[in-house]
Design a protein around this ligand. Structure first.
Ligand code: SF4
Ligand code: SF4
Length: 297
């Protein structure tokens, strides 16, 4: 008999792209993830996912609340999207209680308090992302900031990306099921799993030889490194060049477009304009770029 790990997935301020990315998982497929044992002897019981579940309304909110109560301390909480906090957290709600909407912030805090661990899925949940871009009128916050402001100490793993690769989501969950919660040695300073975010895009880029030769594309479609076209690969940590997307078919630089730096805490404000060259980067020390506290423009 399989061991069941309950998972609840809450959607914050986001575009739903992270959920769509998960649905595109190639190996295992989403069917395998939901029905089979994702690792031997362990089955994920996705109890609640407001974007893809068939049910709606009070009945499914009851499932969410029952899970939190009955599986207290034993369920994993995944959240895609940032948490809007302005004006009493008025800009996002999920379900009602006593006839009044429950804010996303309250819902997240309640669920996080009793979770085994929290997974921030996508750059919005991990770092604020596009909903928190300046001027951020809804004061969207990443999960880490909301937890900190409420004094909640909970294991948190950030799985950024706009969207994150399905392997980064499924691989992180699978690793937790196999090996337990990640230790500090498994994560970088931004709480990203080193297994997926341990290297710069630039380190593994197939156009790197052009960069080293100084052969730069001047317009999309040109041969050469895309640095002059705004590529943020030299300051972005992710394994896209070797993992590639859509079941390993291709990836953005393979298709001729620059990396936008979507896995970085600085995305989007400090990597914009997306198609503008990084101007103050010191190329021999690119790996230490963020560590030096510089901005990307
Ligand atoms: S700047 Fe971009 S395109 Fe050029 S080698 Fe680095 S990652 Fe590849
Ligand atoms: S190549 Fe860059 S922009 Fe594209 S998904 Fe990877 S980190 Fe994000």
């Amino acid at each position: 008999m399989s061991k069941e790990i309950p998972l609840v997935w809450l959607a914050g301020s986001a575009c739903t792209g992270c959920s769509i990315s998960l649905l595109n998982s190639a190996s295992p497929t989403i069917k395998n993830i939901l029905i089979d044992e994702i690792v031997p002897g362990v089955h994920i019981n996705l109890r609640f996912h407001q974007t893809i579940m068939a049910g709606a309304g009070a009945q499914v909110v009851k499932v969410l609340e029952d899970t939190a109560r009955e599986k207290k301390g034993n369920y994993v909480l995944a959240v895609d999207g940032a948490i809007p906090t302005a004006n009493g957290a008025a800009y996002g709600a999920m379900g009602e209680r006593d006839g009044k909407p429950v804010s996303l912030e309250d819902r997240f805090v309640e669920l996080a308090r009793d979770a085994l661990a929290v997974l921030a899925i996508g750059t919005c949940a991990a770092f604020g992302g596009i909903p928190a871009a300046a001027p951020n009128p809804t004061n969207c916050q990443p999960l880490s900031k909301v937890l900190e402001s409420k004094g909640i100490s909970k294991p948190l793993v950030n799985i950024p990306g706009c969207p994150p690769h399905p392997d980064w989501i499924v691989g992180t969950i699978g690793s937790i099921l196999l090996n337990g919660l990640p230790t500090a040695a498994d994560l970088d300073d931004n709480l990203r799993p080193l297994a997926f975010y341990g290297k710069l895009i630039h380190e593994n880029c197939p156009r790197r030889a052009y960069f080293d030769e100084g052969k730069f594309a001047q317009k999309p479609g040109d041969e050469g490194c895309l640095y002059e076209l705004g590529c943020k690969g030299p300051i972005t940590y992710a394994d896209c060049p070797i993992r590639r997307w859509n079941g390993g078919t291709n990836w953005v630089i393979g298709a001729g477009a620059p990396c936008n730096g979507c896995t970085q805490p600085e995305f989007p404000d400090l990597v914009a304009p997306l198609y503008q060259k990084l101007v103050d980067i010191e190329l021999p020390t690119i790996g230490a770029y963020w560590a030096a506290g510089k901005e990307a423009k």
